[in-house]
Design a protein around this ligand. Structure first.
Ligand SMILES: *[C@@H]1O[C@H](CO)[C@@H](O)[C@H](O)[C@H]1NC(C)=O
Ligand SMILES: *[C@@H]1O[C@H](CO)[C@@H](O)[C@H](O)[C@H]1NC(C)=O
Ligand SMILES: *[C@@H]1O[C@H](CO)[C@@H](O)[C@H](O)[C@H]1NC(C)=O
Length: 358
């Protein structure tokens, strides 16, 4: 249940986003490894390929296994971080499709007004306007950005120090195809008001269901007494198939108190899984840059290919960060959130959008 006990509301995201492409059987490391393991290797091969032998013998950290037992590594594809972070993102400056009471500003305005910037020590910050006093019904300036590049499958790892929360505030870290809902949407970090539990969701065209037999640690919420396992956008006003994380430190004040953490999303032909780790629980292989999802334990949520043809419903995703206010979720739930007054009243006063120290 959202609470309204905090006087200040954080509106920064401080982050590094790193993306690993999906390893495939044709990737040189795994292909050669298969060759070595399946074919009786002549001596000359071992001698001329010492690094391959070493890899086989070491079973080094970060090695994952395909269902057929062949090993592979996740090799980095892109890193978005530091001074150049925003260079590879577009600023979305149209009307918020989720009906939020925000003006998403363009790149020039975002930088001119310090709504998006990188600190001297390379922290990436995005926030809403925290100085304007607005008339009722007038929208507040904010930012929404998406990667210029698109991805179909991959391992997406976000290191987040702090994320926005508070009455009327609805931030999200997610991915989507430009052809929505045909190419699907994956919501990795999302919440409203002072929620404490992150909500993970998928939105698709008809025919994609969340398999409740999947193993994961979160809880499927009920909509009108029915588990929300249908990802079709036309069901339940596009609330998607969703899973609420068990950890109180997965969103909001406790996430921040833990120093933030890592959100990881793995998307391959078998499943789309999301893990979240508060800072003290980040697996060593992630810190070392050799992520190995097969050693992370159960994910918070896992959309299996058993009841959803993943390659049919998800493609060409851009990675998105946004901070919206009120709108389809934060506005619609405001009256029952425990927050004071109404959402549009909340929006008027800049002190409701104070920025806490980085
Ligand atoms: C960015 O937005 C500002 C304010 O609305 C506008 O004046 C400016 O022309 C825009 N710049 C670009 C490059 O679109
Ligand atoms: C889920 O498990 C139940 C009980 O074991 C089984 O009857 C059902 O067929 C399973 N569903 C799928 C999609 O595998
Ligand atoms: C608004 O945010 C900026 C950037 O974080 C900060 O320097 C400034 O003190 C804030 N102002 C108010 C009134 O909160």
């Amino acid at each position: 249940m959202p609470l309204n006990v905090l006087p200040a509301y954080l509106l920064q995201l401080v982050l590094i986003l790193a993306i690993w492409p999906l390893p495939s059987h044709s990737r040189p490391g795994s292909e050669i490894w298969k060759l070595v393991s399946k074919i009786s290797t002549p001596d000359w091969f071992a001698q001329s390929q010492p690094s391959i032998q070493t890899r086989e013998l070491e079973k080094r950290d970060g090695t994952n296994y395909n269902p057929d037992g062949t090993p592979f590594l996740w090799l980095p594809e892109d890193e978005y971080s530091g001074k150049n972070f925003f260079d590879n993102f577009d600023f979305f400056s149209w009307r918020d499709p989720t009906e939020g009471m925000v003006n998403y500003v363009n790149r020039t305005t975002a930088f001119a007004r310090n709504l998006a910037y990188v600190t001297d020590d390379d922290k990436v910050v995005m926030r809403t306007d925290n100085t304007s006093t607005l008339e009722r019904g007038i929208y507040r300036d904010s930012v929404r950005i998406n990667t210029k590049k698109t991805y179909t499958t991959g391992l997406f790892i976000l290191d987040l120090d702090k994320a926005p929360y508070g009455c009327a505030i609805w931030p999200a870290f997610w991915s989507t195809g430009f052809d929505w809902p045909a190419e699907g949407e994956i919501d990795i970090l999302e919440g409203v008001h002072d929620n404490e539990h992150n909500q993970i969701a998928w939105h698709t065209t008809q025919g994609c269901l969340y398999d409740q037999n999947a193993t994961f640690t979160g809880t499927i919420p009920l909509h009108d007494g029915v588990p929300s396992t249908n990802c079709w956008n036309e069901i339940n006003h596009n609330s998607g198939c969703d899973v609420v994380e068990w950890s109180r430190a997965s969103y909001g004040p406790f996430f921040e108190a833990q120093g933030g953490g890592i959100l990881a999303m793995k998307w391959d032909e078998n499943d789309i899984s999301v893990w979240s780790f508060f800072r003290a629980a980040i697996p060593r292989d992630i810190t070392a840059g050799t992520p190995n999802p097969s050693e992370w334990g159960l994910p918070s949520a896992r959309l299996m290919n058993t009841m959803c043809d993943i390659s049919k419903h998800f493609a060409r995703h851009t990675v998105v960060f946004d901070i919206t206010l009120c709108g389809a979720w934060a506005g619609a739930s405001y009256a029952t959130s425990g927050c004071p007054g109404t959402c549009d009243e909340r929006l008027m006063h800049p002190e409701n959008f104070e920025v806490r120290a980085l």
